[in-house]
Ligand binder design. Structure first.
Ligand code: ARG
Length: 472
């Protein structure tokens, strides 16, 4: 969508009198400033024009416009669309919003038929329709970006299906996992984000047009026709609901906020992992920045901003919830505040999704470092306890205590679990046999986690194949 031309405050010689001569005075400049939405809702121009085209065709079919009038409206709207996209359409705040800017200019262009277009509709159902159409497209674009991020994660997961690293709980070394498994966790999260967007899209996809101001209309309109023309599944069932609610925007923002949480956690891990202390990954140069004072720095700014922008998206959700919570039915001008938070959240979400995909694809992974850190912190202590259960019939609670003693012994000797001699282990519990030594390596540990959804490379490869089939 090209950028619409800038808003001017030039006095328009409009073919319409906004309030039908009911007002003697124009608005105060401050009134105009608080009231006008054209500065941001001009982004809805394509949807507004599509809605008007569908409405005009329906009016012709219903016998409320002649075919000639209908054609003049279609041609005029097409011209206006081209003007907007060429940047030659002068939006004006005097005409408040996108709906009146377009209608007034259409009337200037084609005369009388332009003045008939608003039959059987109101800006209230118009704006609700435009916004739903806009958000539907934004949801589809977001879904494609989420898919792109999943593809990027899947490629790296496949590459590292066997790369052993430490998994963490409490950010303390916990048990060995593979990097592939860890990355696949995000593939699942982003998959559910796509599901949430899809669910919300289905509920969003009903058409408010024809609800008019709030009560419906006395004209014999065909709401099913306009709904179908605009790609909606059906007209909304209640005219008051149609112009009042913005739950579709809330649902999107809630889904976006959850996706932003996932992006933020991924960003946080990349920030952490790219420190010299972790050293698990190195962000590509083109997604890092240096320091103006410290020559050695490579800062993960993009990952940090991915984490940081989540706050804006949460803010959009909370802001719109707050705007809506006390509103009596039906339309109140407060509802005009619905658009900017959604526009901002869509922009932030889409940018972060694209950045995340590129960062994941471009980062280099230090597998040697990952491997070296995988066993640090006695991460195979559970494997020793499991071995005692499996091979020696020791109850798990007791096995847990024996393995804890082994950890203490290794700590006092300053070695890892795999560094303990069999005699040392047998001194702790004589039931520990030679077989136990084998389970203490990180590779064996990881390979043993073959339960469904577990980190064994064979399981990870299966999970990758399943996710490719499901998501890509
Ligand atoms: N610009 C308005 C909005 O965004 C359009 C609807 C105006 N309706 C009205 N009754 N003033 O909500």
């Amino acid at each position: 969508m090209s950028t619409p031309a800038k808003t001017t405050s030039q006095k328009p010689a409009r073919g319409v009198d906004l309030w039908g001569g009911h007002f003697e005075q124009g608005p105060a400049p401050l009134m105009e400033q608080i009231n006008a939405s054209i500065g941001f809702d001009k982004r809805l121009y394509a949807q507004d024009i599509a809605g008007s085209c569908a409405h005009a065709r329906m009016l012709v079919k219903a016998g409320l416009l002649s075919a000639t009038e209908g054609q003049a409206i279609q041609d005029g709207l097409a011209k206006l669309k081209a003007q907007i996209e060429a940047g030659s359409f002068a939006f004006t705040a005097e005409l408040e919003d996108i709906h009146m800017n377009i209608e007034a200019r259409l009337t200037e262009l084609i005369g009388e038929p332009g003045r008939k277009l608003h039959t059987a509709r109101s800006r209230n159902d118009q704006v609700a329709t435009d916004f739903r159409l806009w958000l539907r497209d934004a949801i589809d674009a977001s879904d494609r970006l989420l898919q792109g991020l999943q593809a990027s994660l899947l490629a790296r997961a496949e590459e590292h299906a066997e790369s052993v690293m430490s998994g963490f709980t409490h950010l303390q070394a916990a048990q060995p996992v593979t990097l592939g498994h860890h990355l696949m966790a995000y593939v699942e999260m982003f998959g559910r984000d796509r599901g949430r967007l899809r669910d919300g899209r289905a509920r969003l996809n009903e058409c408010p047009l024809g609800a008019a101001a709030l009560a419906g209309t006395s004209f014999p309109i065909d709401r099913a026709m306009t709904a179908a023309e605009l790609g909606f599944t059906q007209p909304m069932a209640n005219s008051i609901d149609a112009v009042s609610d913005r739950d579709f925007a809330l649902e999107f923002l809630a889904a976006a906020a959850i996706a932003a949480v996932h992006l933020s956690r991924l960003g946080e891990e990349l920030v952490l992992w790219s420190t010299p202390q972790f050293g698990f990954v190195r962000m590509a140069e083109d997604f890092s920045s240096g320091s103006s004072i410290m020559p050695q720095k490579r800062n993960p700014d993009a990952a940090e901003l991915m984490r940081g922008k989540s706050g804006r998206i949460f803010g959009s959700l909370i802001g719109l919830l707050t705007t809506l919570k006390g509103l009596p039915l039906a339309y109140s001008k407060d509802l005009q505040e619905d658009k900017e938070p959604v526009f901002d959240a869509v922009a932030s979400l889409q940018l972060c999704l694209a950045v995340a995909a590129a960062m994941v694809a471009g980062m280099s992974v230090d597998t040697a470092r990952l491997h070296a850190a995988a066993g640090v912190g006695y991460t195979t202590a559970t494997d020793l306890a499991d071995w005692l259960v499996r091979a020696a019939g020791v109850p798990f609670r007791e096995a847990h205590a024996i393995a804890a003693q082994a950890v203490r012994r290794a700590e006092s000797l300053g070695c890892e679990l795999a560094g303990l001699a069999l005699a040392e282990l047998q001194a702790i519990d004589r039931r520990i046999g030679a077989g136990a030594l084998e389970v203490l390596s990180v590779e064996r540990s990881v390979a043993s986690r073959t339960s469904f959804g577990g980190t064994a490379p064979a399981q990870v490869r299966q999970a990758i194949a399943a996710a490719r089939a499901r998501y890509l």
